[in-house]
Design a protein around this ligand. Structure first.
Ligand SMILES: [Zn+2]
Length: 230
């Protein structure tokens, strides 16, 4: 005999056993309360750029600073998985702000498998799946990552070279080449990862018969480092 328990019930039980505290104010019951979310989006607002013509639009939920910057670091380096739905909301609100009526296919930038093992989960994919649930956008694992490519600490030129070699098309993924692809990543530093991922995806779409003018690729990140342009 199977028991079906509503997600909300599980959430309530888990919240009782392992209470969740707001990262901003410490209030019990949520990872980031409405007030802290509202205040943070005012202090550190989302923004976009259309300067790089290789992308239709590049969006960011904010700068890498304050509580948002700290949450991204804690999510990434301390596996704070319960921040994933908060980030999904940030991403959706940012998309609604700048590209309201667009139907995207979400493409998580793949993480090195060594990092997935050490974190215990694929941090970008998890955010995309949460974003899929609240937006209705499909998440498609279009890209694969080479096992060895590491980027942390390398200079901009080296990062771009490494990044270009890092991504491959996932031959098992099925997607409509005419979709509007939204590449999703956590932190924008030099942009090397996004640009390399875009180049790999574009080459595949051209190979499938699309003209460059028909290709629709955009990008979104949670936070952008100061000192680097889109
Ligand atoms: Zn709060």
């Amino acid at each position: 005999m199977k028991f079906y328990v509503k997600n909300t019930t599980i959430g309530l039980i888990l919240n009782f056993i392992y209470p969740c505290y707001c990262r901003g104010c410490g209030k019990i019951g949520t990872a980031f309360c409405y007030c802290c979310y509202f205040n943070n989006t005012r202090e550190n607002p989302a923004f976009f750029s259309k300067k790089d013509k290789n992308f239709r639009i590049i969006m960011a939920c904010g700068m890498r600073k304050g509580v948002l910057g700290a949450m991204v670091a804690e999510y990434k380096y301390y596996s704070r998985r319960h921040f994933a739905p908060v980030f999904a909301k940030y991403l959706l609100d940012t998309i609604k702000c700048f590209k309201k009526d667009e139907r995207f296919v979400l493409v998580p930038l793949p993480t090195i498998s060594k990092h997935i093992r050490s974190r215990g989960f694929d941090h970008i994919r998890r955010i995309c799946e949460d974003l899929s649930r609240i937006s209705g956008f499909k998440t498609c694992l279009v890209l694969n990552r080479d096992k060895s490519a590491v980027q942390v600490g390398a200079d901009a030129k080296t990062r771009l070279k490494q990044a270009k070699e890092a991504y491959k098309i996932n031959s098992k993924a099925s997607f409509d080449p005419k979709s509007h692809f939204l590449l999703v990543d956590d932190v924008w530093t030099t942009g090397a990862s996004m640009r390399a991922a875009r180049d790999v995806l574009e080459a595949e779409l051209v190979r499938r018969g699309l003209k460059k003018s028909e290709i629709k690729i955009s990008a979104i990140c949670l936070v952008k480092n100061d000192g680097y342009e889109f």
